[in-house]
Design a protein around this ligand. Structure first.
Ligand code: NAD
Ligand code: UFG
Length: 332
């Protein structure tokens, strides 16, 4: 059985669908601090499979210990954590406490219960800003905010855990920019409050829930001057976790693997793709650059292909269309 922490969240919920569709048994641990309580039921509806969801905090040793004694867990996929870059700059200690203690708590319970397979949600944010593109797993590491440092540190903690136990197997997946939603339109990205990320913002502007998109800078050294990112469909990303899980069962030690498409797309290309997919206008204005942003970021996908056999299948239009369908079904 697979323990999925943060399984009610954006990436976690799509991964639960992939796991259940592949016939895996799962148990979800989530405190719903950034997700809705109805997500597990929607996952069950999509997959027509039953599973237990425990409402609780991954940082709480008693909760996690009880979970390991109640369920025959043989691997953990760890999504739960705080993820807002800006908030992490304002509240660094909160980010270090939550993200680090959650991971350490899980790893201690795994050690005590003899569970040896761990898949971790890392991020392209662990790469230093001045690397040449595309980013390979050997590109220089370095972060610019506490959120990024928590990912960096958990990667180092996993290195230590693997060194201390030669039977332990960990895969840190470095995600690029996940967007899109499940084709059912039932689950997707639905941030509380004003979105920080591009796609949810664009979706709300197109739906008339926000007035106008601010494009953060049009004077970058990119083809149209706006920021370029490697957007990957969340369903492709979810499938990457299934492959990583199978891989983790077949070997020991640690691996860091990029999950992206290898293609860069600009902000204005996203705006046009969303307009095409939705048939709606996305009014925008050019605004100053956002502090901390870089011009371009995209993945070298060679290792994911070689090690996992992973190759992203969806294009930008699919991503925008699925995000549009999901947004149409939400009511805030
Ligand atoms: P999300 O916020 O939608 O999902 C996280 C889930 O974990 C939520 O359901 C939340 O309620 C839960 N959670 C948070 N703290 C918890 C705690 N202490 N105990 C139990 N549950 C808790 O985020 P997401 O976009 O699905 O991201 C999942 C993971 O991937 C995170 O670790 C994030 O840092 C990482 N990641 C995300 C992105 C991205 O762009 N979305 C990029 C790189 C890495
Ligand atoms: N952008 C806008 N307007 C907005 C929001 C974003 O122009 O309202 C631009 C940004 O300047 C950037 C691009 O859209 O050029 C993408 O921005 P996002 O905020 O969607 O994504 P980031 O690449 O900045 O950050 C994301 C995650 C981080 C993660 C990072 C690297 O939010 O958690 O990818 O993986 F660390």
């Amino acid at each position: 059985m697979i323990l999925v922490t943060g399984g009610a969240g954006y990436i976690g919920s799509h991964t639960c669908v992939e796991l259940l569709n592949a016939g895996k048994e799962i148990v979800v641990l989530d405190n719903f601090s950034n997700s809705s309580r109805d997500v597990p039921e929607k996952i069950a509806r999509i997959t027509k499979k039953e599973f237990d969801t425990i409402e609780g905090d991954v940082c709480d040793p008693e909760t996690v210990r009880k979970l390991f004694s109640d369920y025959p867990i043989d691997a953990v996929i760890h999504f739960a954590g705080l993820k807002a870059v800006g908030e992490s700059v304002e509240k660094p200690l909160l980010y270090y406490r939550e993200n680090l203690s959650g991971a350490v708590n899980l790893l201690e319970c795994m050690r005590d219960f003899g569970v040896k397979r761990f898949i971790f949600s890392s991020s392209a944010t662990v790469y230093a800003a001045d690397n040449p593109m595309p980013l390979t797993e050997e590109s220089r590491l370095g972060c610019t905010n506490p959120y990024g440092w928590t990912k960096f540190m958990i990667e180092r903690i996993l290195e230590g855990a693997c060194k201390a136990d030669p039977g332990f197997s960990a895969v840190a997946l470095r995600y690029f920019n996940p967007i899109g939603a499940h084709e059912s339109g039932l689950i997707g990205e639905d941030p509380k409050g004003i979105p920080n990320n591009l796609l949810p913002y664009v979706a709300r502007v197109a739906a008339g829930k926000l007035d106008c998109l601010s494009v953060f800078g049009d004077d970058y050294d990119t083809p149209d001057g706006t920021g370029v990112r490697d957007y990957i469909h969340v369903c492709d990303l979810a499938r990457g976790h299934l492959l990583a899980l199978d891989y983790a069962f077949g070997r020991t030690g640690i691996d860091f693997i990029n999950l992206g498409t290898g293609k860069g797309t600009s902000v204005l290309e996203i705006v046009r793709a969303y307009e095409e997919a939705s048939g709606k206008k996305v009014p925008y204005r050019i605004a100053p650059r956002r502090a901390g942003d870089i011009a371009t970021c995209y993945a070298d996908t060679e290792k994911a292909k070689r090690v996992l056999g992973f190759c992203a299948q969806y294009g930008i239009l699919d991503m925008c269309y699925s995000a549009y369908r999901f947004t149409e079904g939400t009511d805030d």
